[in-house]
Design a binder for this molecule. Structure first.
Ligand code: CDT
Length: 311
């Protein structure tokens, strides 16, 4: 029997700094209901989907910083999301800022979870590639302080057997790194779920600004094709607190072709029926890792010096 997951890529428009969790959760629930009407099995929400993208501000008051973090999942404000998803028999993945305790000390992660149709958390990923900077850089029009507010992942890139397939997760900047997809590809990933918050303007490299949507497309399509898997990329988009963020939410097939995409920068659902068996056509031919991948030879090339001819 074909293994088809109908996926809803649930793009969010801007979230204001003053928006309550309850208000945001209402928007997520509206997405779930629409996804159910569209026949979805699984809904993918963006990175840090419960709040505004707070690393754009330099803050020193730890209580203020921690107000953007979740101490439990589900907690009182997110429980309605889990309840509604269970009622609708929908799975979902959700990005949020996680505050936990490790060895008696607080630890803070940029996290994404995978929830099954029974409302159980079956997978958790903590972001590996934290972009931006650690200290206040007043010359920037806005900050990108992920290195200040988050600890680096202690989960690495994993996959989970779920929804009749092999699913992995990564978060935003991770999507720009080929290793992200390949580490999951080597574990047999058939679908990679990822959310992002990407400002159009990149202060250290403004010459990239008009390529921001192209780069988004480029990395996700390459990741899908080179690993023979589906990629579901979901934006928090639009003008958030005077910072324009890219949209470009899309569902990409193992061929590298985009099969569904949002059109605007607001709350919008892109839906596709994703046949997981379509991965095999790539995983057993061009990207049959066991047959064609040559890791034992890659080192020889990097060890070669200058223009020396190969031995
Ligand atoms: N959230 C996140 O990781 N955003 C980064 C912006 C970095 S500036 C290029 C991203 O890679 O999209």
């Amino acid at each position: 029997m074909a293994r088809v997951i109908t996926v809803g890529a649930a793009q969010l428009g801007p979230i204001a700094r003053s928006d309550s969790r309850a208000r945001v959760v209402e928007r997520l629930i509206a997405h779930l209901r629409e996804a159910k009407r569209m026949g979805c099995d699984l809904v993918v929400f963006p990175e840090l989907a419960l709040t505004t993208f707070f690393p754009r501000w330099y803050m020193t008051d730890q209580a203020e910083i921690d107000s953007f973090f979740e101490r439990e999942m589900p907690g009182p404000e997110t429980q309605p999301l889990f309840d509604e998803a269970r009622l609708l028999r929908l799975g979902f993945s959700l990005g949020y800022a996680e505050l936990t305790e490790q060895d008696g000390r607080p630890a803070r992660f940029n996290t994404s979870i995978l929830v099954d149709r029974d409302g159980r958390i079956i997978g958790k990923y903590r972001k590996v590639h934290l972009p931006g900077h650690r200290e206040h850089e007043p010359w920037r029009r806005f900050q990108h302080l992920e290195k200040r507010y988050f600890d680096v992942s202690d989960t690495g890139f994993r996959v989970w057997r779920a929804f009749d397939g092999i699913l992995g997760m990564c978060i935003c900047n991770d999507r720009r790194w080929p290793e992200t997809y390949r580490v999951m590809g080597l574990q047999g990933a058939e679908m990679i779920l990822l959310g992002y918050n990407t400002p159009v303007h990149n202060p250290p490299a403004p010459d990239h600004d008009n390529l921001s949507l192209f780069h988004n497309q480029l990395v996700m399509q390459a990741g899908a094709y080179q690993n023979g898997c589906w990629v579901v990329g979901v934006a928090k988009a639009g003008d958030e607190e005077n910072v324009p963020m890219i949209g470009g939410t899309q569902i990409i097939a193992p061929s590298g072709m985009t099969v569904a995409a949002t059109r605007g920068d607001g709350d919008e659902l892109a839906v596709a029926a994703c046949d997981l068996d379509a991965c095999a056509s790539y995983k057993t031919t061009t990207f049959n890792f066991a047959v064609h991948r040559m890791p034992q030879h890659y080192g020889l090339i990097t060890e070669r010096k200058g223009a020396e001819p190969p031995p």
